[in-house]
Design a protein. Structure first.
Length: 96
């Protein structure tokens, strides 16, 4: 069974949920299931694996999510700029 993530805010959660083996068993917070193809993926606290799965296996459905404000593109100029700024900050702190 695939149970919805009630706390998930990212739009990608529309297509994923946590795995529950049996009706009366606990939800496994380390595995998620894709509602589109029933593939199980590892979940480790962020949606990167989920986004990668959507990008490679369901690109058309991912495009539908792109219009949502809570689903960001990891390669957008803003994200890239922020990653660069964080890297520079840590590099300077390391050097000095």
């Amino acid at each position: 069974m695939i149970e919805p993530n009630k706390k998930g805010k990212a739009a990608v959660w529309k297509h994923f949920g946590f795995i529950k083996e049996k009706e009366d068993s606990a939800i496994d917070n380390t595995r998620v299931g894709c509602r589109l193809c029933m593939t199980m993926l590892k979940y480790s606290g962020n949606t990167m694996n989920l986004m990668d799965h959507m990008r490679h296996k369901h690109p058309a459905d991912l495009q539908d999510l792109k219009g949502s404000t809570s689903c960001s593109d990891a390669s957008s100029p803003v994200t890239t700029t922020l990653r660069t700024a964080v890297f520079v900050k840590h590099f300077i702190a390391f050097v000095f």
